[in-house]
Design a protein around this ligand. Structure first.
Ligand code: PLP
Length: 376
């Protein structure tokens, strides 16, 4: 009954765990939820005020499909100021969340049989979008403590795109400039697109973010994906964007105009204020994430559990030494801690799990105690 396109993707493996966690919560169990992918801070009040003001001023009607000019200008300014990337408003599309920008970009560029390189492990949605577009995912393993990968061995004449996510979900890795340079050289030599998902660019503890689009020869072949969900704690507002050469953006705009039309009008006005307003709360949020990461790393070191050392985002990817699907289910059932099995993120990580530290220090300490109990 259902289409091949939708049959190509299975329901999220993580859904079962999160449903089970919700059920346990309803039963009044002391659930510690470390499976969430969103900051646990409120949206800054000046952004809420801006949305309210826009609504009161009657900015509640259709907008241009690619987004309001003020927001396209603000994003263009931000990319130049912060990322040294020279994309004008014509090179930008605003979307309902970064996730939809990823979906639109892949649907606009990928044909049946095209190969798309994903670093193993990668965030779950990339593979699903590629499969829905009829493309083929080629998983490339990491080497050297998750700082490098032998991309060159996996490129074929059918390779169309490499997807990069730095800082990465689920690893928290910030890829070094040496890796970005290697990817740039390969992209140019083999005429590839790079989709660079930079949604965690501001949540960095060690190292610095560099957009691959700012490197020589990459403006034409990079699709930058970004959004306000993580930086401004705005996951439910659904606002993200893509920036790329005009042909790509025009194709995405065609899809958008016939699907979701545009992101919510007053959310776009609030997004202008978010990007242009006082950014100081981001530093406070990042300092808190860093303190939590440090508690977690110390706790895992004490337990002798190995993990990919996170330099950014708010996840830690750790080895549990057995099928993590079973481990995560039992950890939830017996200790009421919700985590995400590693198998959801790629091909080689069935014995790893992802823990999100977008939760209080108290919850993190509690989780470490329960983990110690559980594995002993
Ligand atoms: C790597 C990555 N990209 C994109 C997104 C989607 O963000 P948005 O809420 O803007 O759709 C997420 C959310 O979890 C993510 O982890």
């Amino acid at each position: 009954m259902t289409s091949r396109r939708v049959n190509a993707v299975s329901p999220s493996a993580t859904l079962r765990i999160s449903e089970a966690a919700k059920q346990l919560k309803r039963e009044g169990k002391p659930v510690v939820d470390m499976s969430v992918g969103e900051p646990d801070f409120p949206t800054p009040s000046f952004i809420i005020e801006a949305a309210y003001k826009a609504m009161k001023e009657g900015k509640v009607f259709y907008t241009p499909s690619r987004g309001i000019p003020e927001l396209l200008e603000a994003i263009s300014w931000k990319l130049k100021e912060e990322n040294d990337v020279d994309f004008s408003p014509e090179n930008i599309i605003v979307t309902p969340g970064a996730k939809y920008a990823i979906f639109e970009a892949i649907m606009s560029l990928i044909d049946e049989g095209d190969e798309i390189i994903l670093l193993d492990p990668s965030w779950v949605t990339y593979e699903a979008c590629v499969l829905m577009a009829g493309g083929k995912v080629v998983w490339v393993p990491h080497t050297k403590n998750f700082q490098d990968a032998p991309l060159e061995d996996y490129i074929t004449p059918k390779t169309k795109m490499v997807i990069l996510n730095s800082p990465s979900n689920p690893l928290g890795v910030v890829y070094p400039v040496s890796f970005l340079k290697k990817l740039r050289d390969l992209a140019i030599d083999h005429d590839l697109f790079v989709m660079s998902d930079e949604i965690y660019e501001k949540i960095i503890f060690d190292g610095e973010h560099k957009s691959i689009a700012s490197m020589d020869g990459m403006l034409e072949r990079t699709i930058i994906i970004n959004g306000l969900s993580k930086t401004y704690s705005m996951t439910g507002w659904r606002i993200g964007y893509a920036a790329a050469r005009e042909g790509v953006i025009k194709a995405m705009a065609r899809m958008q105009s016939h699907s979701v039309s545009h992101p919510t009008s007053f959310v776009q006005y609030a997004a202008v204020e978010a990007i242009k307003g006082d950014q100081s709360f981001i530093g406070e949020m990042v300092a808190e994430f860093k303190a939590r990461r440090d508690i977690l790393m110390k706790g895992l070191d004490n337990l002798g559990i190995s993990y990919a050392p996170p330099q950014g985002a708010f996840y830690i990817f750790m080895e549990v030494g057995e099928s993590s699907m079973d481990f995560c289910e039992r950890f939830l059932k017996e200790k009421y801690v919700a985590t995400t099995p590693g198998a959801a993120f790629g091909k080689r990580y069935n014995t790893w799990m992802r823990v999100s530290y977008a939760t209080s220090r108290g919850n993190i300490r509690e989780m470490l105690e329960r983990l110690e109990d559980f594995i002993r």
